[in-house]
Design a protein around this ligand. Structure first.
Ligand code: SAM
Length: 227
């Protein structure tokens, strides 16, 4: 049976789906941004069968799995939060079987609209310039409607951006993955999958016209790795 890891699994949605669909033996691992309380709180909504497959990591921990454990490793919106990129990738390589495959989706520096705040280009600005810039976009920013003022929103979101998010250019990720894996970019396959579900033929044909660079600027990268 396929053994798989959802790295940075959050609430374990993929693990739950895999159990429902009877696909492989999925496990998860997550640091919960270094906050075990998030796991305790959000974990209540997670089905017990999923919860028991999730390992709570401390930042900097080795992965709690033997060498060559997984056939497949995936992550969604995780690598932009990883502090120690080389160490993390080395650990993921260690727990992957020879010939194992990874798929990782995450935003990179090339993005136009920052992925967590919804503010254009804020991730490219120096720390001291961010608040004034963000204020211009507050009314349409992500989660703004859940806050009473810009200050309240910025306190949480600005801190999250500064302390938990590390944007790197795609080439830096490629070099780091390339130390352990054969790297293939699959932004177009991802786009084809999404747009291919449209009932309108011009929309289904669109991916062929969209340069990879545009897709990177829109949502970030999608990489396929082979160990
Ligand atoms: C934006 S959430 C995505 C969660 C989930 N993958 C999903 O698609 O819903 C990012 C997750 O990555 C986790 N994370 C960040 N750095 C990590 C690391 N070094 N190791 C494992 N998980 C990490 C965070 O704790 C968080 O749960």
């Amino acid at each position: 049976m396929l053994t798989a890891l959802d790295f940075g699994c959050g609430n374990g949605r993929i693990i739950t789906r895999s159990i429902e669909a009877g696909i492989g033996e999925f496990q998860g691992a997550d640091t919960y941004y270094g906050d075990g309380e998030i796991f305790a709180r959000d974990g209540e909504t997670v089905p017990p069968a999923t919860r028991e497959r999730i390992k709570l990591l401390m930042p900097g921990d080795a992965l709690p799995f033997d060498d060559d454990t997984f056939d497949f490793v995936c992550s969604n919106q995780v690598f932009e939060h990883v502090v120690d990129l080389r160490g993390t990738i080395a650990e993921l390589a260690r727990v992957t079987r020879p010939g194992g495959v990874h798929v990782h989706l995450f935003p990179t520096l090339e993005l136009v609209k920052e992925a967590h705040l919804g503010v254009p280009l804020i991730h490219r600005l120096p720390a001291g310039k961010r608040a004034a810039w963000a204020r211009l976009f507050y009314s349409r920013a992500y989660y703004a409607k859940e806050t009473a003022s810009f200050e309240e929103w910025w306190q949480e979101m600005g801190t999250f951006l500064a302390e938990k998010t590390f944007y790197r250019p795609r080439a830096e990720y490629d070099a780091a993955f390339g130390r352990h894996f054969h790297v293939t970019h699959v932004e177009h396959q991802k786009l084809e999958y999404h747009l291919g579900r449209s009932r309108l033929r011009p929309i289904r044909a669109l991916p062929r016209l969209v340069p990879t660079r545009l897709e990177l600027m829109r949502v970030g990268t999608a990489v396929h790795l082979r160990a």
